[in-house]
Write a protein that binds this ligand. Structure first.
Ligand code: G
Ligand code: G
Ligand code: MN
Ligand code: NA
Length: 251
């Protein structure tokens, strides 16, 4: 693919960047973390969504280099934030677990940046778990032992999520945006979200709601006992001022 060659170029020439979206605690209304999100501005085509280029990177093997770029960038950036209580969450593709060097890449990123492992969280999707369970369990356990936390992203959109929850060392579940969109509007969705929050309580796993765009959604989620919220209402993915990471966040 033509985009593939362009991505190789962009990786060399600083064409990719990383923006950060706030994650806010509902209990104390405080900024807790930022999720790192990749951005690419193509020289002619302009902005290209990660939903386009991540799958290409996965198919071509470029995801390894790209994943390493995001991980290192996020750790280096977070290490400079003046508020050292803030965590940084980094998305990982299932393909990044194939090489078996993932734990090493993470410990190197932490060491080189000086970021405390407790400040790093990795986000993975259920599709990872469908792939190859034993080696993935091993990797996740090692990563967890380092002190890095693990979040299940896009929860509710995949298959057999519940059985995975018992076998993997998750610290957090992120309820997919497709559910949050309809809370307060659809009784079935409300029931599902309440059930996921209840599941989090009983498993001692934190619950994050993604895609919160309106205050009313945050109110419903707070009343329901959700722990953390993320979405345009609180802040769009953007650059973070290391001297004042709290700037422009609604909380
Ligand atoms: O902002 P948004 O358009 O950034 O992201 C679209 C999709 O791309 C989301 O599913 C998000 O998880 C994914 N994504 C964004 N950044 C990264 C990244 O660094 N690595 C991986 N694997 N996925 C990412
Ligand atoms: O799959 P993942 O959760 O990593 O994807 C994050 C994606 O969701 C990014 O594309 C990000 O830009 C997008 N996003 C974040 N908050 C909102 C929101 O409030 N509304 C919508 N529509 N998208 C959001
Ligand atoms: Mn994510
Ligand atoms: Na998600």
């Amino acid at each position: 693919r033509e985009l593939e060659a362009e991505m190789v170029r962009a990786l060399k020439l600083d064409g990719f960047s990383v923006v950060y979206q706030a994650q806010v605690g509902l209990g104390d209304n405080k900024l807790k973390a930022f999720e790192a999100l990749l951005r690419w501005v193509h020289p002619e085509k302009g902005r290209i969504s990660p939903e386009i280029f991540i799958p290409i990177a996965e198919d071509t093997g470029l995801i390894e280099a790209l994943g390493e770029y995001v991980l290192n960038k996020a750790c280096n950036d977070a290490a400079l934030w003046s508020d050292t209580s803030l965590k940084v969450a980094v998305n990982f593709s299932p393909a990044q677990f194939k090489t078996g060097e993932i734990e090493q890449k993470i410990s190197e990123a932490l060491e080189e940046s000086g970021l405390a492992p407790e400040r790093l969280e990795i986000e993975i999707t259920e599709s990872l778990l469908i792939a190859d369970t034993t080696s993935v369990v091993k990797s996740l356990k090692k990563i967890s032992k380092m002190g890095v936390s693990i979040a299940m992203d896009d929860f509710g959109t995949g298959y057999s999520s519940l059985s995975y929850l018992s076998r993997f060392p998750f610290n957090k579940i992120k309820i997919d945006r497709s559910f949050i969109m309809n809370i307060g509007k659809d009784a079935h969705t409300d029931a599902i979200v309440a059930a996921i929050i209840g599941l989090g309580r009983s498993l001692d796993v934190l619950i994050t709601a993604e895609g919160v765009e309106e205050e009313i959604q945050a109110k419903i989620l707070r009343a329901g006992g959700c722990d953390i919220v993320q979405g345009y209402y609180f802040g769009r993915p953007a650059n973070v001022d290391p001297a004042n990471p709290h700037a422009n966040i609604r909380c």
